[in-house]
Each structure stands twice: as C-alpha cells, then as structure tokens.
Design a protein around this ligand. Structure first.
Ligand code: NAP
Length: 260
C-alpha cells in the first residue's frame, strides 16, 4: 500500500534500536526522509547505514540525549523548520517499588516521558500548522490503559502526556495536523529483555521461565515485533490517517482484557 508520504521529512527520536528503529524502518519503506537520534553513535550509525542502503532515503543522524534541551534543539535544528512527521520516543524509567521513588526519580521520568515529547510537539506544531499538514505519533505504553505496578514512574509520566495529547490534538486537528499515541504491549526489544530479567530475579525463576509466563499471558502467545509496531506508526503518519485524532492505539496481542 502506498501511504502517500513519499518525500516527506520525519524526526524519529530514540531510534537506533527497538520500537523507534521499527518506526524509522517503516517510514523509510514509505519513502520518508529521516532524522534519527540516539545517544550511542555506533548503534545510530549502523541504523542509518541500514536505512540508507535498503530504502534509498535521506537519513541524517543526531547523537544526543533527547531528554535534554540541547538534545531537543540539535534534533529540531536538523529539520530546518521543514518537518512533516514527528515520532517521539525515549528510554523508559526503571522498574521499582512505590516506597523507593524520590522526587528526583519522578522529575527525571516526567522529563523523559512527558515533558520531552511535549516540548518537541510545541516546537514543531507552528510549522506543521503553517503547511496545513502534519503527523505526530508518541510512543507511550500499555501501562496508560492498564498500569504496571513496578513501572509506577512510567505509569505516571505517560498518563500526563496522554492527557496533554487528548486536549492539544483537538486544538490543532482543523489545521491538518494529527497527534496520536501508540501504546506498546510486550515487544521483543532490549528494554523488554531487561524487564524480563528484573521479573525473573524478583520471582526467583529463570529468565526463560519468566518469558514463557509472559508469553502465556498474551492471547497471541508471543511478543510483538518491532516490524508490526513500525507499520502501525507509518499508517498513523500516512495520508489516510487524517481522521484519526487524539487516539491511544494499543498493540498488545490482546493482553489487556477489556471490551473497548
Ligand atoms: P530499547 O529497545 O531499549 O531502545 C531504546 C532506543 O532509544 C535506543 O535506540 C536507545 O539508544 C534510545 N534512547 C534511549 N534513551 C534515549 C535518550 N535519552 N535520548 C536518545 N535516545 C535514547 O527500548 P524499546 O523497547 O524500543 O522502548 C522504547 C520506549 O517504549 C521506551 O520508553 C519503553 O519504555 C516503551 N515501551 C516499550 C515496550 C516494549 O515492549 N518494548 C512496552 C511498553 C513501553 P541509546 O541508548 O544509544 O540512546
């Protein structure tokens, strides 16, 4: 399917690996030129090489911590006020226990998973509104719909972003700009490997037993793939998604048991 976005320009934050890279790959497949970002230059270069060689799109890289103001400015500067698509993403906060989380832990989670996407959205909206076209997708989490107790920092920060998007998306929709959130359930990435290790340690079981238990709890009986996730992102960024506004789209293999 031609998504109708060939030649458009996208920023995909935190995209040298995992879900961010999955989104970058699907956008590249649709012919979108990319600005990709992460902190480790080696992984970022490898991702850029893969994208350029396989999809013949332009790929620029920005080595930066996207949760810092300097990082955000560096990524935005590459777009030279000519941006069509923004995919926000950053590493998730660590797991833990409610009694251990300090004010500083909350500030750092809010910075990474709420205030960073909000700052980026605020920076790119005027240009998109002027053009009369824009697509913004935030990678959040299934934890917004069904909180994960050990991820209290993530639950809190992402709920804040979700509230912001619910209102802002409706303020900008008339200008041809859509903002939506993708909520990943368990996808096979490095982040999930480290969460599996945490679960195994807490339960006193092996990592492969912990994985098996988690797979069994998902109706499709497997983890999601970054390809599936990226394809959903590319569709939300397509010409055909102009009527999808302020939505939270759950990709969880049916794991959250609810009617809607
Ligand atoms: P991942 O496999 O660990 O990949 C994270 C990517 O983000 C890497 O490219 C990493 O590169 C980059 N990154 C991390 N922090 C960054 C920062 N501050 N600035 C710039 N780049 C940064 O993680 P993932 O599984 O794709 O998860 C992505 C997001 O989705 C996370 O917020 C996670 O909590 C959330 N999520 C994931 C799942 C899942 O099933 N995978 C489920 C729910 C929610 P560098 O380390 O080199 O910077």
């Amino acid at each position: 399917m031609d998504l109708g976005i060939k030649g458009k320009k996208a920023i995909v934050c935190a995209s040298s690996k995992g879900l961010g890279l999955g989104c970058a790959i699907s956008l590249a497949e649709a012919g979108v030129d990319l600005i990709i970002n992460s902190r480790d230059p080696k992984n970022l270069d490898a991702a850029a090489k893969l994208l350029r060689s396989k999809y013949q799109v332009q790929v620029e890289t920005v080595v930066a911590d996207i949760t810092t103001e300097e990082g955000q400015e560096a990524v935005l500067a590459k777009a030279e006020s000519n941006l069509d698509i923004l995919v926000t993403n950053a590493g998730g906060p660590p797991p833990g226990q409610w009694s251990d989380w300090t004010r500083a832990d909350f500030i750092s989670a809010l910075d990474a998973n709420m205030l960073t996407p909000i700052a980026l959205i605020k920076a790119v909206l005027p240009g998109m509104i002027d053009k009369g076209w824009g697509r913004i997708v935030n990678i959040t989490s299934q934890s917004v719909k069904a909180p994960i107790p050990v991820l209290g920092l993530s639950n809190s920060a992402r709920a804040g972003l979700t509230g912001y998007v619910a209102g802002t998306s409706r303020q900008v929709a008339e200008f041809g700009v859509t903002i939506n959130n993708l909520q990943p359930g368990v996808h096979d990435t490095d982040r999930i490997k480290s969460l599996d290790a945490h679960i195994a340690k807490e339960a006193g079981i092996t990592v492969s037993a912990a994985k098996q238990e988690r797979r069994n709890a998902i109706p499709v009986k497997r983890y999601g793939t970054t390809e599936e996730f990226g394809a959903a992102c590319a569709f939300l960024c397509s010409q055909y998604a102009g009527f999808i506004v302020g939505q939270n789209i759950l990709l969880d293999g049916g794991a959250i048991n609810s009617t809607m």
